[in-house]
Design a protein. Sequence first.
Length: 309
Amino acid sequence: MKNTNAQPSSLGFLATLMAFTLWGCLTAYWNWLKDLDMFTVLSHRAIWLEVFVFVTLAIQGRLHEISEILEDRRTTARIAISGIMIALNWLFFYYSVESGRVLEGSLGEYMSPLMTILLGRVVLREKLSWPQCIAVMLLCVAISNSIVTLGEVPWLPLAIGAPFALYGLFRRGVKAKPLPSLFIETATILPLAIGYLMYRKGTGHMLFDGAEGSTLLFLLGSGIATGLPVLFFAYGAPRVKMTSVGIMQYLTPTLTLLFGVVLYSEPLSTESACTFALIWTGIVIYTLENLRQRRRFEKNAHHAGQAHA
């Protein structure tokens, strides 16, 4: 079988870059819908995402992959829990946009990789290299800085970053393709989404919360807006080096940060800037360590291949 990782392609790079760019631009997408009821938007997002994924799998002739995953109860359970985690991430990130706290949303996205390292150490008892230890320590210092300077725990960034880190934890070791997995993840929260819309209808509200014109189109398109980056990522990620993916992932929170500062004119206080600086320093250390470990792995694999030649 041809190893796509071994031969990075420019098309794969562009697809991966497009995925992270679209994820970053979702901030502006959700801002367009912020005047609607938050849970109505999230419910429509889940419903139309499920429709989008189902249609995509049907067109590709891959619906059977869903049943193949469902045959493994352990895998299904982990994917289902992952679905709950991603729904929580949706909820709190959308709240950050709706409430005009986009910078905190960006901070949560930046925190997530460092929280993943921390979970690996605490839950999986993974050994950390000294650069990883420093990165985690900087995360803790950043949180402490927010508590001391702002007088409160930065609960919103933590609420955004933690579910996504937990999502990665539950998906660890799960060998399932992205699209059928996304279908099962979304199916986990679909009853809540449909139930909430039925509840709203029963209390005299309209299913689309009175959305009209472009707002209605954005609401109906929320599933495509969510699923399209996944398609790009599923195509691109296997075709580029993991080190490239690791670096490109920070494009998403950077775009979110730019939207908050430039487009929505959110103030970046000195205290918040210090918190961001600590997180960014941790991310640089984390990324450089990932690059170092990846290069060592590739070097060892190359030497092993020569030894068996």
